[in-house]
Ligand binder design. Structure first.
Ligand SMILES: *Cc1c(COP(=O)(O)O)cnc(C)c1O
Length: 233
């Protein structure tokens, strides 16, 4: 059995049934995606529009992965929407109102509703993207945008071996999530309906902590596909 298949099988055996695994295939070739698909993996994550599109096209042509689904997990510029939105089942990384409005507008023009997560900046690093708490509360309490469906929150913890810090990052996400659910149930969140029910956090180095703390989507790349080549921009 190849490594990718083996690693997918082990992860599936380990993760609770109600936790969705997003296999993050960025910087890995389409052959790696096909192999993971053959091992039963269906949902994949990509962070760059060009790379996503290249993989989508290659797989369309080959017909190898008919029911594959993509989550977009990287920073998305509004001028790249048409390279991404037709091909993904979810954008996990909405990090500005400008982007949210643009996705909504694109949906109106193309007669679709896009599932999105709001990216919450929980890490200590300034470099990571995402909203602050008040910005997220302001979005969920504002009138609903008809062509986006807010599905929940996404976050990335500080990159550190300090588990206490990782836990405190994740717990901020869980507590904001809980706050939104309470407010929603009191009728105060016109933008967050019943389908606002996803907590996406946890990657290769911290997914076990994430699952223990209430994540129901984990996004794992390195543990499945191996180390990525140096990031080329
Ligand atoms: C790259 C990436 C991941 C996967 O990271 P690994 O450490 O390789 O598991 C998860 N989420 C986001 C947003 C990413 O950009």
């Amino acid at each position: 059995m190849s490594q990718i298949t083996d690693r997918i099988n082990r992860l599936k055996a380990e993760l609770p049934d109600d936790v969705m695994l997003v296999a993050v295939s960025k910087f890995h070739p389409v052959e790696a995606v096909v192999e993971a698909y053959r091992a039963g993996q269906r949902v994949f994550g990509e962070s760059r529009p060009q790379e996503l599109l290249a993989k989508v096209r290659a797989l369309e042509t080959s017909g190898l992965c008919p029911d594959i689904r993509w989550h977009f997990i990287g920073h998305l510029q509004t001028n790249k929407l048409k390279m991404v939105l037709p091909y993904v089942s979810m954008v996990e990384s909405v990090d500005s109102v400008h982007l949210l409005d643009a996705i909504d507008r694109w949906g109106r023009e193309n007669n679709t509703v896009t599932d999105v997560l709001l990216e919450y900046h929980i890490a200590a690093e300034e470099t990571k993207q995402g909203f602050g708490r008040d910005e997220i509360l302001s979005i969920v309490t504002s009138p609903a945008r008809m062509n986006v469906r807010l599905r929940g929150l996404m976050g990335m913890a500080t990159f550190t071996d300090d588990q206490t810090l990782v836990r405190s990052d994740f717990s901020r996400l869980m507590s904001l999530y809980g706050e939104i659910i309470r407010m929603r149930d009191e009728g105060k969140c016109p933008s967050a309906g019943r389908e606002f029910n996803i907590r996406s956090f946890g990657m290769t180095h911290d997914y076990r902590i994430a699952v223990a703390m209430g994540a129901d989507v984990v996004r794992i790349g390195t543990l499945i596909f191996g180390e990525r080549e140096a990031v080329v921009k």
